[in-house]
Ligand binder design. Structure first.
Ligand code: HEC
Length: 268
């Protein structure tokens, strides 16, 4: 039996390939945001291990290796560097932010900052030439002023609607394969020092907003900027997430030995 291909199959194939091709080449703000967070996870390249060259010009932040290559480590989750949340505390480097300056730089100038042309010590071309346009677009279109949404003293979400936030959390974040009902299905850190959705929301609302807007590098977490969420939606979810547990449950007292014996006896 002859098995002719229906004539529409080939054009469909070609246009699908074109679509995929263009998706790879178009610049995406959310990809740029994830690269800003941790570019090697998002670009799927090897993590750097030596310190970034500019790292030695500061001494207040004692992290080393790959951490010193994260854009956010020097320029902050609020994009304001020394003028923002990383102006104090263990992440303090004293480096300037990009919030005030990136908007006034052209695409070419921003590219030059990222591939080492502007300053050879500020060379991030290890992420791959195809990634840099995403970061450039993120720097031009993705940076926002988050100060109005965060109480600087308590870190509480300002003006968030917890009830609406809870609805969004249940419908978009709590899936069993994702964060779970109380945000503790995934531990971002380690068993001894756990970090959950509630922990980040309470301790680092700047990071929370960035991760919700752009997603988490190298994971399937969707980006609110791609899902059509408004800034109000994000702050509502943050207000709700700040009510979630920030640590493991306090373990209940160990069952006394006698109980096990009594239960065994009862079972006989
Ligand atoms: C080790 C710290 C460090 C890291 C990591 C880092 N930067 Fe920078 N960045 C700096 C410093 C310091 C300057 C200013 C350098 C100078 O003036 O020569 C700078 C300058 C810039 C500028 C130019 C800003 C201006 O005011 O002209 C941009 C844009 C920028 N960085 C974006 C990024 C992005 C995006 C990443 C991540 C891919 C990144 N930086 C990673 C420290 C860092």
């Amino acid at each position: 039996m002859r098995r002719d291909q229906p004539s529409f199959v080939i054009p469909m194939f070609v246009s699908a390939a074109l679509l995929i091709g263009s998706a790879v080449h178009s610049q995406s703000v959310s990809t740029g945001g994830k690269l800003y967070d941790k570019w090697w996870s998002e670009a799927e390249v090897t993590a750097p291990d030596a310190d970034q060259s500019l790292w030695a010009t500061q001494s207040s932040n004692t992290r080393s290796g790959a951490d010193s290559w994260r854009c956010k480590e020097c320029h902050g989750w609020d994009y304001k560097g020394a003028d923002g949340a990383y102006g104090s505390g263990s992440h303090k480097t004293g480096f300037a932010g990009v919030f005030a300056t990136a908007v006034s730089l052209s695409e070419d100038e921003l590219t030059a900052w990222l591939n080492g042309t502007a300053n050879s010590d500020h060379d991030f071309s290890a992420m791959g030439d195809s990634q840099i346009p995403h970061i450039v677009r993120f720097l031009q279109e993705g940076l926002i002023e988050v100060a109005p949404f965060i109480d600087p003293e308590t870190k509480a979400a300002i003006g968030g609607d917890e009830t609406h936030g809870a609805e969004l959390f249940v419908s978009s974040c709590a899936f069993s394969a994702c964060h779970g009902d109380d945000g503790r299905a995934i531990n971002f850190k380690n068993p001894d020092d756990p970090e959950y959705v509630g922990t980040i929301a309470a301790d680092n609302p700047w990071e929370f907003i960035h991760k919700v807007r752009f997603g988490n590098p190298g994971t399937a977490m969707p980006a609110a900027v791609d899902e059509g969420w408004t800034m109000a939606d994000i702050i509502d979810v943050m207000a709700f997430a700040q009510t979630l547990p920030t640590g493991p449950d306090v373990p209940t007292a160990v069952e006394p030995m006698g109980w096990a014996v009594a239960k065994q006896a009862a079972a006989r």
